[in-house]
Design a protein around this ligand. Structure first.
Ligand code: PEP
Length: 225
């Protein structure tokens, strides 16, 4: 199975020009790599980047509602209709900064799967995954990300030993299902990628800061192979 490398751009870059330049450089650099590279820009850039083609584009969030009165939200169906294939859900920043609860994440996962999006589901613990799994019938189109918030580059960036990651992967797979890919997220860069893939036993990574630097991100993708 090809590794899945998901770029979480968060609220970056600040201009459409910057988003185009980053996409163009990454597309050129990873063209021949046997990896599923997914760029997740802010909502506002998605239509233009999809029009530029040849990259998988995902969103960083979606509503739990299919349609209706929910000011400021974007439905999974709208994302699917645009041409998005993935959505990141359950990110710890949304829980911490925006008060997103596990109950909300459960509903979002169900709505995204109904809209036929693939879900990149962030969890910090096995208990969290167990709770989320209760309301979701099948994890067929889900990839789980083990992402402890203390490991995120902007929240301390503590290094997690690959053997600890491997132990978590095995525990998460017991809950999610053997065939569900498990990725790792938290300060992954080109240098740490290879060890995390091989010793951490993951199927890919969710990448924040390092995904904003084209050269670093391209090297990271190559080191995942
Ligand atoms: C993230 O927040 O999803 C993330 C992976 O960030 P970073 O790589 O910057 O730690």
């Amino acid at each position: 199975m090809n590794p899945i490398i998901v770029a979480n751009w968060k609220m970056n870059p600040q201009t459409l020009k910057g988003a185009f330049e980053l996409t163009k450089a990454v597309r050129k650099g990873v063209r021949s790599a046997n990896a599923n590279v997914v760029l997740c820009p802010p909502y506002v850039f998605i239509p233009q980047l999809l029009a530029a083609k040849n990259m998988e584009i995902g969103a960083q969030n979606c509503s739990w509602q299919e349609q209706g009165p929910l000011t400021g939200e974007v439905s999974p169906r709208q994302l699917k209709d645009l041409g998005c294939s993935y959505v990141i859900l359950g990110h710890s920043e949304r829980k911490k900064e925006l008060g997103e609860t596990l109950a909300m994440v459960q509903r979002k996962v169900a709505a995204a799967l109904t809209a036929k999006l693939r879900v990149i589901l962030c969890v910090e613990s096995v208990a969290e995954l167990r709770t989320l799994k209760k309301k979701v019938r099948s994890f067929k189109n889900v990839a789980v990300v083990y992402e402890p918030s203390f490991a995120i580059s902007t929240q301390g960036g503590r290094r997690v030993a690959p053997r600890h990651i491997a132990a978590m992967v095995s525990r998460l797979k017991k809950v999610a299902g053997r065939n569900v890919p498990v990725l790792y997220g938290g300060s992954v860069d080109a240098k740490s990628m290879r060890d995390i893939m091989t010793k951490g036993n993951v199927q890919g990574a969710l990448v924040g800061a390092a995904s904003l630097k084209a050269k670093e991100f391209i090297a990271l993708v190559k080191n995942a192979l």
